[in-house]
Design a protein around this ligand. Structure first.
Ligand SMILES: [Zn+2]
Length: 320
């Protein structure tokens, strides 16, 4: 048992105490932490956010925090997913907001159009392809654009924590044409619980770009080349490095599938991972690499891919 595991139970007890002290009248927090566990994804997200604001995640670690969420908010309810909801031309069903206060005055106009294109064009396409309306999870989507990169330590261009998206200026409003697809797809997958980890980003970004009259973001050729290189490299990799490679191999396969099978197949494959019901249990390698919950999504995806393609990926190092 890791030393930090000891902190979980006291943390949960402390949180109950805090909830009682902060909210003796029986509204808000008590609703979130009381006997009534959240029934909708939206309630669950709010419960989790409140917990996040109360505890020091660094202190108890991610597993400790997730375990406290499970205790207090319960299991995440299934997303109320509508297959093929509104047509892509229809409006956004929740407000989008943007904070560009750290940027120069002359960038403010582009910030406005960045948000408008993302909300009015990108989002309806993503909603259509993923079958998920963000209003089923969130009240608003918040963008924050900063001058440097979103995470100095990881050099990431953007970061998404559910409905809060932070982007470095260079990776957002400075792009031509300027709009966001990448982080918004993370936000959607964090809402509906689909397999994320960039497995669908290549294919879905391609689909959105093409719908918006652009060339695909990633080509079939480069996806195949990358995949071959990664399959070879996976044979001699281990640990986190192997996980990264196996994740990318699957991602390249989905990008290739976009070209071979079309957008409709990508939509089916993505939605298969939202509430996965694989025929077989994931093998041990898949569970080791992806963890219990994601490996079930990966297994469902591999089975669906086999059904679509009539053949399967053959990468023993990854458990495929
Ligand atoms: Zn990403």
């Amino acid at each position: 048992m890791k030393p930090k595991s000891f902190l979980i139970i006291p943390t949960v007890l402390v949180l109950f105490a805090i909830a009682l002290v902060l909210d003796p009248a029986g509204k808000g927090l008590t609703k979130a932490y009381g006997q009534k566990k959240p029934k909708t994804v939206k309630e669950w997200v709010i419960c989790r956010e409140k917990l996040e604001a109360l505890v020091d995640k660094e202190e108890i670690g991610t597993p400790g925090f997730e375990s406290a969420v499970l205790q207090i908010c319960g299991k995440r309810p299934a997303a109320e997913t509508k297959i093929n909801p509104a047509p892509a031309s229809s409006k956004a069903d929740l407000p989008f907001k943007i904070d560009c206060s750290e940027l120069d005055a002359e960038r403010q106009a582009i910030c406005k159009s960045y948000l408008a294109t993302t909300r009015d064009e990108v989002y309806p396409h993503l909603r259509d392809i993923t079958g998920t309306s963000l209003s089923s999870c969130y009240d608003s989507v918040y963008y924050k654009i900063i001058p440097g990169s979103a995470s100095a330590s990881r050099g990431a261009g953007g970061l998404t924590s559910r409905n809060r998206i932070t982007y470095g200026q260079r990776y957002s409003v400075d792009l031509k044409p300027p709009y966001d697809v990448h982080e918004l797809l993370h936000s959607i997958s964090q809402c509906n619980g689909a397999l994320d980890e960039h497995v669908f980003h290549g294919a879905i970004m391609n689909a959105v770009y093409v719908r918006m009259g652009r060339k695909p973001a990633y080509s079939k050729e480069s996806a195949s080349e990358n995949q071959n290189r990664l399959i070879k490299a996976a044979e001699t990799s281990g640990g986190a490095d192997l996980h990264d490679k196996c994740r990318a191999i699957l991602g390249e396969q989905i990008t290739i599938a976009y070209f071979d099978l079309g957008e409709e197949a990508i939509r089916r494959l993505y939605q298969t991972t939202i509430s996965p019901h694989p025929v077989s249990l994931p093998n041990k390698r898949l569970v080791d690499l992806w963890g219990k919950s994601s490996s079930i999504k990966v297994q469902a995806l591999l089975e669906a891919l086999k059904g679509e393609y009539k053949h399967s990926l053959n990468v023993p190092a990854c458990g495929y």
